[in-house]
Write a protein that binds this ligand. Sequence first.
Ligand code: BGC
Length: 444
Amino acid sequence: MRHSPWILIPLFFCSGCAIHPLGPLDKAPKHQAAKLTGYHGFAWGISTASLQYENRAEKPGDPNYFLRDWDLLVQQKKAPIVGNALYTWSDFDKDLAALKKIGVTHYRFSIEWARVEPQPGRYNEAALRRYVAMCRKLKEAGIEPVVTLWHFSFPAWLTDPHDSKKVNWLHPLARERWNLYVSKVVRATSPYVNYYAPENEPNGQVLTAYIAGLWPPCHILDFAGYKAATIASADMFRDAAYRIKEIKPSAKVVSVEALPWWKHGPLDPGGLIYNTVQHSNFDHLDRIYDVCDIIGFNYYYSQMAGPISFLSESYRHGHHFTMMGWRIDPASLGKQIRYVAKRYDKPMMITENGIATLNDPKRIEYLHDHMAQIRKAMDEGYDVRGYFVWSLADNYEWHYGYIPKFGLATMDPVTRDRVLKPSAKYYHKVIKTSQSEQKVQVDP
Ligand code: BGC
């Protein structure tokens, strides 16, 4: 029997979902997060980033005045003004006070490359000393610093204004200057630092820069640029890992990749979109996992791979979505942990997880349900070594400016103190409970 060829059309467009039907999502068992034991040495952390928190110290004309690629984007009116963010450069002690109150064991923050090296080969030694002091103060407070060496922003001198193919990862000076920067920073901070994350979400950054066209060099659907930048960022990650181990062999190298959980969606012929986004999840990590001690990844949401879901992001609201329009899906964090464990077979850390919301009870529920999934996976034997909430306080959220509220705290505009929200107190309780259980386990 012969079918009309027209019957193939709906099959073609639905093939993604037909081949891989969506399974039912698990419901997170509510009682488990409170019982997180924090298995011996579990890292209870918070993550932040320099550009999203720090103010500037120098004015234009000062030899240490620095510009980042992001500042160029702001100048071109393609991104909102950063301003003084949370004044963390002047007020690090306020961040520290909040971290102590919350009781975290680990704190991930980043070093601003442009601040340390405002011009190629010209270092701001005082700035580097201040970063070292931050690490020391954290250590003295009993908090392990986890130092990110690059969190999205590059020195503006890695932008060739005449050739957008020579920007950031792909600038002719990038690799050589990066290696010197990494060695310098690691040598200075290593007395206080046991964990280094060379790069934050390079996979997400490269996608946003070369496919979505939103981050420098703002290329749209430039697959050749995407591939070249992926390879260059992976090579630079490997260089950094090598230098970290050379300077401090006991230090742990941690990846930080953006790993949303992708689902097959409609209007995805042959699963083309699904496969593309899966590639964007793993292309970088596949190239560097072997030099990592810990596979760290950031998980926020799950998403259908397809045009409807991509175009409707900013219109999605309600209980199941965050302020960003991201779908809240804790069970898929569990799936991602299992998937990453199978793919790389290494210890893992959730290096960011959090929610933009004005509704703090919703934040508590979000954190609770995600931690419950981690616990469930750990109980099954998956090796998760830590969990980091994004973020300490409401901060600058890239293209969205100061509108999304990801913080466990907010900044008092007058005193600049970090005022803890109930979610910070909730996280404090989870940490304390887990530690007392750990004590019982160690010393029954
Ligand atoms: C990034 C952060 C960002 C957060 C929330 C992560 O992709 O590392 O810089 O603020 O997600 O969007």
